[in-house]
Design a protein around this ligand. Structure first.
Ligand SMILES: NC(=O)c1ccc[n+]([C@@H]2O[C@H](COP(=O)([O-])OP(=O)(O)OC[C@H]3O[C@@H](n4cnc5c(N)ncnc54)[C@H](OP(=O)(O)O)[C@@H]3O)[C@@H](O)[C@H]2O)c1
Length: 318
């Protein structure tokens, strides 16, 4: 079977499509024939060597949706032919850019017939991230105002929709090109993140009770300055090295809570995935798929996920 791998760390060109043996499931694992695999910025961090991989050559990719074609010992919840989706691979274990993958059952759940494999693969990692941030960590309440930085991104565009289903007033930031699309996804107000007076224009409309920060390198202090008293600020994106506080006092005077998180730490991933599957089935959240690529184009897909501007997600279809 074919799998995308990198034999050394480097740019997108180190990705090759290799013919390798079909995987065998171990105890508590299933083999999935991949119908679609989401492409996320984190996949590129492992390829570059910024994040460790356990061995080389290595297959990147966290998200997958497909059909169970092999069942290991000790597996009771899944059978041959089941439609499933999951996320969390590609970190300490081989990833999802392949025709077949092995997944521990703790990282996947069943997928209803009515949900497209591409939608499920696009949604798994970013949906889990948005769920953990807004539901688990921030416990958003219906009357609250939620600010989502980078609303056109993979995380941002599903977080807008999730916050909307929670009844919150949703603010987001993006390039001007995407404002109409993000309003159509449920944003109540969209602000151009390039504006010099961004703080002022946001706070004229409202002070956020919850902020989902996908760019902590830019916004840690910004978040503190515009947040409502007692706000929860959930940080998911980019390092904080360049973005440290210049006036940490405001975080104390406003009693702000900062929670930095990693999707890979999600406890009970199947329970979260089941919730996400319900959202997809009801049409409450609809991932936007900007483009699909085949395995041979994985390098181009990874280049685009970092460098191209678009709304939504990129998906590989083996
Ligand atoms: N901690 C976690 O568990 C976790 C989980 C998922 C993602 N992440 C991280 O979160 C970040 C976002 O992930 P993603 O999948 O949404 O990435 P993405 O799809 O590449 O989206 C990034 C978005 O950020 C926007 N952007 C760029 N510069 C910005 C700025 N200065 N202010 C506001 N928005 C800006 C981009 O808009 P333009 O196209 O208009 O430039 C783009 O829409 C990445 O760093 C990713 O690694 C962390």
């Amino acid at each position: 079977m074919r799998a995308v791998r990198f034999h050394e760390h480097g740019g997108p060109d180190v990705l090759t499509v290799d013919e390798i043996d079909e995987p065998e499931p171990g105890y508590g694992e299933v083999v999935v024939e991949v119908g679609a695999a989401g492409v996320n910025p984190v996949d590129t961090y492992f390829r570059e060597g910024a994040y460790d991989v356990p061995y080389l050559p290595f297959t990147p990719g966290s998200d997958f949706a497909g059909t169970v074609v092999g069942v290991g010992e000790g597996v009771e919840r899944f059978s041959f032919g089941d439609r499933v989706f999951g996320t969390g691979l590609g970190n300490g274990m081989s990833g999802t850019y392949a025709e077949q993958i092995v997944s521990p059952t703790e990282l996947l759940t069943h997928l209803p017939e009515e949900v497209e494999l591409t939608d499920a693969a696009a949604f798994a990692l970013v949906g889990t991230t948005a769920w953990q941030a807004l539901v688990h960590h921030a416990s958003v309440e219906p009357v609250e105002t939620v600010l989502i930085h980078g609303g056109s991104g993979g995380v941002g565009h599903v977080a807008i929709q999730l916050a909307n289903t929670m009844g919150a007033r949703v603010f987001t930031t993006s390039s001007p090109d995407y404002h109409d699309k993000l309003e159509a996804l449920g944003a109540d107000a969209v602000f151009d993140y390039n504006r010099d007076d961004l703080k002022r224009v946001i706070t004229e409309v409202g002070t956020p009770d919850v902020i989902l920060d996908t760019h902590m390198d830019h916004y840690l202090q910004f978040d503190a300055d515009i947040a409502a008293d007692g706000a929860r600020i959930i940080g998911v994106g980019n390092d904080t090295a360049e973005g440290s506080f210049t006036n940490i006092g405001v975080t104390k005077s406003k009693e702000l809570r900062y929670q930095f998180m990693s999707m890979f730490n999600t406890p009970d991933q199947p329970a979260v995935l089941s919730r996400l599957s319900d959202l997809l089935t009801r049409g409450d959240v609809e991932p936007v798929i900007h483009r699909t690529y085949d395995l041979e184009e994985a390098g181009e897909a990874q280049r685009n996920v970092i460098h191209d501007g678009f709304v939504g997600k990129i998906v590989l279809v083996p």
